[in-house]
Design a protein around this ligand. Sequence first.
Ligand SMILES: [Fe+2]
Ligand SMILES: [Fe+2]
Length: 344
Amino acid sequence: MRNLVRLSDTADFIIDGKAVCDLYNTKGGLYAIKGTLLPKHRQRVEFFVRSADFALFSKQVPAQEDTTRLQFEKMNLSEYKNVMESFISKETIELYNRLISDLTDVFSAGLNGVTIIDFAEDIIEKTFNENRVDLYLCNKAFSSFNLATARHSLSVYLLFCEVMFDFRKQSRDLPFYTTFKQRGKKINFSSDQIRKYALGALLHDIGKIKIPEELLEKPTPLTNEEMELMQQHSRFGIEILDEAGEYSPEIREMVGNHHQAYPVFKDIEPSPLVEILSMIDIFDACRTERPYKHAFSFKECEKVLYENKRKFGWSSYLLQNVLDRTLRKFESHYQILQSTVSGM
Ligand SMILES: [Fe+2]
Ligand SMILES: [Fe+2]
C-alpha cells in the first residue's frame, strides 16, 4: 500500500460520524469506505488516508516539535513498516495491533466491569510471555494522542511486569526483600501472582472511562472543578472492580491508590507494589507527549521521580532499581529506534 498518511487527529476525516474519504487501518487494509457511518468506538482506531485525500481534507497545522512521532508520520506506510520490521518481528507488530485494538475497546466502548476484567485477562494471557521491550517499542512508535489512556496503560503494564520479573531474578538476600518485609507486606513472585498484580497495572486508570473525553484531552490547564472530577478516576476504577466482583486487596490498592496524593484507601501503609506502580505511572506520563504537554527527556523524568520520592517517602532502593534496571533499559532501546528514524 503506497502513499498513505497516518493521521494524528481524525477530526477532519470523520465528520458527523461519517468517513469523508476512504480510511485505512494500520496494516494498510481498507477500514471504511468514504461515507461509512462509524459508531464512536470504531472512530478510535489508528487511521491512514491516501496522501491525495490528506491534502484535500486536512486542515491540520503541523506541530512545532519535530519528535519521533512526527518523523514517523512523514513516512509512507511501506517505509514505516521497513523501519519497524528491522527492529521488531512482523508477528510482534501484528500482535501489538490486535492488542491495541482490544485495549481501545476496553477504554472506549463503555463495557461493564465483568467484561473489562475478561478483556484485560485475555490481553495479559496473550502478552505475559512475550517480548516486553518489543511491545513497548511498538507502543512508543505508534504513539498518537488518540487512545492515550490505552497506550499509557499498556506501557505501564509492560514496565511493571518487567520490574516484577527482574526482582524475581535477583537474589532473595537483596535489600528489596528486606524493604518488603519491613513494610509488613509479603510479596509473592510466582508467575501466577505477578499475572494477578499485572491486572492492577493494566487497569490502574480504568476509571478514566467515566471521565469525559474532552477533559482527558484538554490542551489547556484544568479548572479546579475539572481537576476534582479528574481525580475521581481512582475511585471510579474501584467502582468498576466492584462491579466485576474483583476483591483482590492488592489490585484494589493498586487501582485505588496509584495516585498517592489522593488515595481512595486512606490511612494504609502503601504497599511496595503501589510505589512501583506510581513510579512507572509518573515516568510514562512525563516521558510521553500529551495534548497539554511535551514529552520530558529521560533526565527530566528522573528529576520528577526523585521529587516524588521525597514527597511520598518512597524507598530509595526501589526507585533506583526501577530506574536503573528497567526504565533505563527500555529507554536505551527506544533511543536506538529514535536515532534510526531521525537518521533516515
Ligand atoms: Fe491515574
Ligand atoms: Fe496512569
